[in-house]
Design a protein around this ligand. Structure first.
Ligand SMILES: [Zn+2]
Length: 83
């Protein structure tokens, strides 16, 4: 998987044009990361009324309110990985 170069405002709906892409949540302090299906992220945001498919991919990181399992900090980033 390769990180796609996108601007900060690129919405989650962009993933729909890249079949098999994943949204990666990564820690800015250590090497921990995990990737998720974009449609699951959208469904989760909608369920919590935090966003929808127009939510920026980069903004997903700001909605994470748990510390990194690797280093216990909260320095999240999020990006789109393409196959
Ligand atoms: Zn970490």
């Amino acid at each position: 998987m390769t990180p796609l170069h996108i601007d900060l405002g690129a919405p989650l709906s962009l993933a729909e044009t890249h079949p098999g892409s994943r949204v990666e949540l990564f820690c800015g302090s250590c090497t921990w990361s995990r990737s998720y299906r974009p449609d699951r992220i959208v469904a989760g945001l909608q369920a919590k009324k935090l966003g929808d498919r127009q939510t920026a991919i980069a903004a997903v990181a700001h909605l994470v309110h748990w510390p990194c399992p690797g280093c216990n900090r909260m320095r999240w980033g999020s990006r789109l990985l393409t196959p």
